[in-house]
Ligand binder design. Sequence first.
Ligand code: NAG
Length: 271
Amino acid sequence: MREEKNNQRPILPLDTSTRDVNPTAPPVHVNSTSNVHRGTHLKQRLRDSTKLIAPLIVVYVLISCLQQHYTRFRFDLPVHRPTGICKQEQPLRPSTNVAGKITHALKSDDFAARAAEALGGAVRVSTEVFDGWGLVGSDPRWGNFSLFHTYLEATFPRTHASLSLTKVNTYGLLYEWKGSDDTLAPLLLMAHQDVVPVDPAAYSLWKEPPYSGKLVDGYIWGRGSVDFKSGLIGILLAVETLLEEGWTPKRTIILSFGFDEETSGVQVKAL
Ligand SMILES: *[C@@H]1O[C@H](CO)[C@@H](O)[C@H](O)[C@H]1NC(C)=O
């Protein structure tokens, strides 16, 4: 209201908006009228408050998400399922005897030690990948994936004896565990073998060396222990354990492990 009293024209259509509409137009010379000053001031204030509010909204959303996540895990509450496009399926709960036995085995200290050793060993085989490497076959720096495969074969012998394995573009791993019922759609489990390089200058900042794979106070240290050798070893150890228990799948299970997820991802397109 005050503005209307002082000025004939409304504040908003500023000269700057003309430039927004036509980016090729030369900058418009602006006389320092009170109108423009006040408009600019208003815009600046708006911008300042947006700067403050935007991070607050982000923090709020993050906290809400985490809260929901943990509440669900800690208390095993039913998942809130909004109706609509992203329908969530009911969780599948294992019901067979063998799953019961395995669930019991998974809680043992022996199994925890075995899992920690399997993951620690995987971390110790460094599979760093760098941007700018040449293609597999022409650049020998991909060679460590052979060492990694040897490690997997030694650590999961039953898996390698029972599943068929196709190597895609030399280092991509595609396992197939044939199910008894061909009419069921297969289950696909994915992970990647490569890790982000560790900057040598940052080595000293690590509490434990980045390729030690050491278990300290319940944590396995090293590159890949979270992203994503944990997933890869978790999947293979699950398969190995199920095979040890004599379990066979009804539905075909496919495991797909790429090797350049942390760079371009182009070399495992075929996977
Ligand atoms: C390959 O493995 C060796 C021995 O662990 C390691 O020194 C080297 O950094 C690794 N190379 C890559 C590219 O990960």
